[in-house]
Design a protein around this ligand. Structure first.
Ligand SMILES: Cc1ncc(C[n+]2csc(CCOP(=O)(O)OP(=O)(O)O)c2C)c(N)n1
Ligand SMILES: [Mg+2]
Length: 322
């Protein structure tokens, strides 16, 4: 039987992610947050189910759609919201924004605006950890679109050759921006590509947080014991636009509406009720999540801008004239 306490904790984390991203999108549309905001609404079960099996010392990399992974790994949503607003106290001092959140204190090695470029970073981190003799697991989140870029092949190949402790997690939401990925992808899909590179692949319903938790738990244990890299293809769907500004004209409204019936949060709430968790407990979690993120926004709105004297610290010097 499923453990209702563990599932309730995962429900709360998914609700916190949803409450964070709903507000981030609203703030982006209101012009309070600049730079693209990519929400993972509908995909929260993957971030939460996987990260529930990672230790604080384990590491992750993520993508342009990374808020959920950051929160699930333990990054402070307050610092993340400050980052989105470009304010002092943000995870990258307000210089990165949504696509460049990083928090080494919890092993969050970075979001990444370049599709597929988190994969080789994860593999490099895993190689470093292995050379240092540690049993760290590095988990790398990426989308289905990333499987059509060269770094995907290079990263899986290297990880397989050196038997590195990497869990590759492909969030297959069937779209890469406005394109249906299958229309630009040869062969049977992400899992087959992983297997062709010698990385064992497993498919899971990414909108079933308990199923993701169970699969990730087993694979993380195997990887930590030295089994080499593994690959999860988590089937899911992006319920909101590609960015907060996306009107979604490339998708049939009925398709999106139908997919809302498989919302991982609603499904998890139904499962909690089935396990005997009272409605009042679920509502209390909903309210706590909304309160926490309303506070994060209020704090970010009121926060000061970074000191202008810090403008050129912690940024790459590419030799351009100042
Ligand atoms: C190398 C590169 N090419 C193109 C883009 C523009 N771009 C941003 S997100 C995206 C789609 C990515 O699709 P996927 O990997 O499936 O992730 P999803 O957005 O579905 O989460 C594209 C093409 C980019 N950021 N980087
Ligand atoms: Mg995609």
């Amino acid at each position: 039987m499923r453990d209702s306490k563990r599932l309730a904790a995962q429900y709360l984390t998914m609700r916190r992610i949803r409450a964070f991203e709903d507000r981030a999108e609203t703030m982006a549309r209101d012009g309070k947050v600049t730079g693209a905001v990519h929400a993972s609404v509908g995909q929260e079960g993957i971030a939460v189910g996987v990260c529930a099996n990672l230790l604080p010392s384990d590491k992750i990399t993520t993508t342009h759609r990374g808020h959920g992974h950051c929160i699930a790994k333990g990054t402070s949503p307050r610092a993340m919201m400050l980052e989105l607003f470009g304010k002092a106290g943000g995870t990258s001092g307000g210089k990165g924004g949504s696509m460049h959140i990083a928090d080494f204190s919890v092993g969050m090695l970075g979001a990444n605006g370049v599709v597929a470029d988190g994969l080789p970073i994860a593999v490099g981190a895993a190689q470093g950890e292995k050379l240092l003799g540690r049993d760290t697991v590095v988990c790398c989140f990426f989308g289905d679109g990333a499987t059509n870029r060269g770094p995907f092949m290079e990263a899986l190949n290297w990880a397989a050759v050196y038997r590195l402790p990497v869990l590759f997690v492909c969030e297959n939401n069937s779209y890469a921006s406005t394109t249906r990925t299958e229309t630009v992808t040869a062969g049977p899909g992400p899992s087959a590509r992983a297997e062709s590179l010698g990385v064992p692949a497993f498919s899971v319903d990414g909108n079933d947080v308990a199923a993701v938790d169970e699969l990730a738990g087993r694979l993380v244990r195997e990887i930590r014991a030295g089994a080499g890299p593994k690959f999860i293809e988590a089937r899911t769907y992006r319920l909101h636009g590609h960015t907060a500004a996306d009107a979604g004209a490339y998708r049939d409204a009925r398709e999106v509406e139908e997919r809302w019936t498989s919302d991982p949060i609603a499904r998890c709430a139904a499962e909690l009720r089935r396990l005997g968790v009272p409605d009042s407990d679920i509502t209390a979690m909903d309210e706590a999540a909304e309160r926490e993120m309303a506070d994060a926004v209020a704090i970010a709105l009121a926060a000061p801008w970074p000191d202008p004297r810090t403008a050129f610290t912690d940024v790459q010097d590419v030799g351009a004239p100042v």
